[in-house]
Design a protein around this ligand. Structure first.
Ligand SMILES: *[C@@H]1O[C@H](CO)[C@@H](O)[C@H](O)[C@H]1NC(C)=O
Ligand SMILES: *[C@@H]1O[C@H](CO)[C@@H](O)[C@H](O)[C@H]1NC(C)=O
Ligand SMILES: *[C@@H]1O[C@H](CO)[C@@H](O)[C@H](O)[C@H]1NC(C)=O
Length: 373
């Protein structure tokens, strides 16, 4: 409509035309919806490229199937799109949420969403210390607070508020590193964690996450999707270092994940009751990924135990994916791209379930319903 209107008044002064086209472009961006993405390497789209860190994915062959970069690495920890990319695309966003640390994350580009996720990051500040640098959740939210002010500048404060409350989906994919690169690495984690029992550690995680989600709410976030922790005892890295068989998983990491996931479910129920106008949706990543791992053949995969790209041991699970790694022939036949992360083929199945799946997978509503609220 706006476009026809602009076309039909081509006789008016160029100044007026310019003004009208700018405002119609702005309107298009505001109505198409956007995602603000928080979390770890499962959804990092390039923030770690700008950090001096040992957790990097901007090396080949990562990104080999990522069309937007013509197969060049972007900092995504997979061969193609992340779950966050696919969800954004399917829900109608015109472009991928831009990494906050990218110099391009300025001006109107941020109306399509911003990605704050960082490989190695976690709920706790100390998580991922072995990588030297990474953005923990608290810092990611500090950065969103900067974006929040930029949105006020772009749209004016009342429209910015409405945009965030109605058009923006806040996704949080975090927690795996708090176990893999913190709690389960007692030697490298801070002293106090060593003596904590699982219950106390998980209490800590939930308390911090409650504070973090509430901070986002106070910055006008209303539509949330929070992923639970996947079966981290079944990733090629864990299976390789523990010398398991194909169909075995390491018990303790999975047990911790399930314990945390139960508490996360309660937390989101509590927040749905206590924060007026907010909708917190739980993404059951654990069951989704476990389903792919067990029923891999049914989904057309050749294996769910070996990494496509990696080296070392029976499942190529010790040395991360990089230029010297071996890589599988058919990347669409592997559930895992590397020792830690799902392939694009797996991400596609997961994302589609989150968008249109039922309450066993995504509850109380799915992402399409969340967008349309
Ligand atoms: C920034 O945008 C320019 C122009 O679209 C593009 O060529 C460049 O690759 C982008 N840089 C990053 C780091 O994304
Ligand atoms: C984590 O770091 C942030 C930002 O540096 C700080 O504000 C916060 O208090 C820290 N949290 C904990 C639990 O130490
Ligand atoms: C956002 O930043 C402002 C300072 O610019 C600060 O007063 C406010 O507490 C911050 N909000 C959150 C939720 O961190």
């Amino acid at each position: 409509m706006a476009m026809n209107f602009v076309n039909s008044i081509s006789v008016v002064s160029t100044y007026l035309l310019f003004f009208i086209s700018i405002s119609s472009v702005c309107r298009a961006d505001e109505t198409s919806g956007s995602s603000f993405i928080f979390g770890d390497s499962l959804v990092d789209a390039g923030n770690n490229n700008y950090l001096s860190t040992l957790s990097k994915a901007n090396i080949q062959p990562n990104g080999i199937d990522f069309k937007a970069s013509r197969g060049n690495p972007t900092g995504r920890y997979t061969n193609g799109r992340t779950i966050g990319d696919i969800v954004g695309e399917e829900l109608g966003q015109p472009s991928y949420a831009i990494p906050f640390l990218s110099p391009n994350a300025t001006g109107k580009a941020i109306l399509n969403g911003v990605n704050y996720a960082s490989g190695g990051g976690g709920i706790m500040n100390e998580t991922g210390k072995i990588f030297v640098n990474r953005l923990s959740m608290d810092i990611q939210i500090d950065y969103f607070n900067i974006t929040r002010k930029q949105l006020d500048g772009l749209l004016g404060s009342s429209k910015a508020r409405e945009f965030l409350m109605k058009k923006a989906i806040f996704s949080i994919t975090v927690g795996s590193n708090d176990f893999l690169n913190n709690y389960l690495l007692p030697v490298l984690s801070v002293g106090e964690r060593i003596s904590e029992n699982p219950n106390a550690f998980i209490n800590h995680l939930i308390t911090n996450l409650r504070g973090q989600l509430t901070r986002l709410y106070n910055l006008d976030a209303r539509k949330f999707v929070v992923g639970n922790v996947g079966p981290i005892g079944c990733i090629p890295y864990q299976k390789t270092i523990n010398q398991l068989n194909q169909d075995q998983c390491v018990e303790l990491p999975n047990k911790l994940a399930l314990q945390y996931n139960g508490r996360l479910k309660d937390l989101l129920t509590e927040l749905n009751e206590n924060l007026p106008g907010a909708k917190f949706v739980l993404a059951n990543v654990y069951d989704l990924v476990m389903g792919l791992i067990i029923n891999y053949a049914k989904y057309g995969f050749k294996t769910s135990s070996a990494a496509c790209c990696g080296n070392g041991g029976q499942f190529s699970g010790i040395i991360p994916c990089g230029p010297t790694s071996t890589m599988c022939k058919d990347r669409s036949k592997y559930v895992f791209w590397d020792p830690y992360h799902p392939s694009e083929a797996a991400n596609l199945i997961i994302a589609k379930q989150l968008i249109d799946g039922d309450t066993k997978i995504i509850s109380p509503i799915n992402l399409r319903q969340l967008r349309d609220l």
